[in-house]
Design a protein. Structure first.
Length: 296
């Protein structure tokens, strides 16, 4: 059985850890509110931009072919993995690693065997993980330090340039989509080449809208496509940012609860150990008194 001093030291250690996890939960909750507001504002813009682009390209009747829509035999692949810079967020980062490994195993096994799968890691955890396992394009560990459209645009432009130059035949994003504080969904989305949207009743009705183009339809579409691709990646990073704070808040809340349960167990052990020590001392005193009485 552990001594009273050892149990006391463990209680103090667990109490200190509980204070830290409680503080980290509060910090994550404050950051989550801002991140959630950002992604909720971003989603309608990204959806509307994609809708307009789909409608315009759908009315082109094959007249306009973007360099970002070129369909080639998939020999070289770029996978953009979005994680966080820090840990202590439960399975947030490991789920991305599992998602990327599953994607490679099920979809790009031949390309991986030939060494033609390149990783673009957004976030320090992804960069450290994939740098030890293969080729990493660029260094985007600074993105979350000051998250903005400009910091993400550089990564999007590098991926787009690689696709235009034929260094990549397909570009895929893997990130955590924010659903709520306790739920993050790993999403795998193809960024390049452009995937034609499936026709729906809403898009069919919208496609009948007549637009007035200034300066020209071709120029507008060719400007919207790169902008839309950058917005898609920026939206994925914002989703991941909100998911990270939600995952960390949930993980720290659970850690705080576990610390409370451990404290209850340690205090019970402390009381039992203390009672046993007192009982032992009483028995020693009684035994000594009886020995003195017998000697007389």
């Amino acid at each position: 059985m552990a001594s009273l001093k050892e149990v006391r030291n463990r209680i103090v250690s667990v109490q200190s850890t509980q204070q830290i996890t409680k503080a980290m939960k509060m910090v994550a909750a404050a950051k989550l509110r801002r991140a959630q507001d950002n992604i909720l504002r971003m989603r309608p813009y990204a959806q509307r931009l994609n809708s307009i682009l789909t409608n315009l390209t759908g009315q082109s009747d094959g007249e306009m072919i973007s360099e970002y829509a070129a369909q080639r035999e998939v020999r070289r692949v770029l996978i953009i993995a979005v994680t966080s810079d820090r840990g202590l967020a439960g399975a947030f980062n490991s789920n991305i690693f599992k998602g990327v490994n599953t994607l490679i195993r099920e979809r790009y096994s031949a390309q991986a065997a030939a060494g033609n799968v390149t990783m673009m890691a957004i976030g320090k955890k992804a960069h450290d993980y994939f740098q030890r396992r293969g080729q990493v394009l660029g260094n985007y560990t600074h993105v979350f330090a000051k998250l903005s459209f400009d910091t993400v645009r550089e990564a999007a432009e590098q991926a787009m340039q690689g696709f235009r130059e034929g260094r990549f035949d397909e570009v895929v994003m893997v990130y955590n989509e924010f659903k709520n504080v306790a739920t993050q969904i790993v999403r795998t989305e193809q960024l390049l080449p452009l995937v034609p949207a499936e026709p729906t009743a809403a898009t069919s009705q919208a496609s009948n809208v007549e637009y007035i183009f200034e300066p020209s339809k071709e120029e507008i579409v060719q400007t919207l496509i790169p902008q839309s691709l950058k917005v898609q990646l920026y939206k994925a990073v914002l989703e991941s940012n909100a998911s990270e704070h939600g995952a960390r808040m949930t993980a720290m809340d659970k850690a705080t609860e576990n610390a409370g349960e451990l404290l209850k167990s340690l205090k019970l052990t402390y009381n039992r150990t203390r009672q046993a020590a007192i009982t032992t001392e009483i028995l020693e005193i009684v035994g000594g008194a009886e020995a003195l009485a017998a000697s007389r």
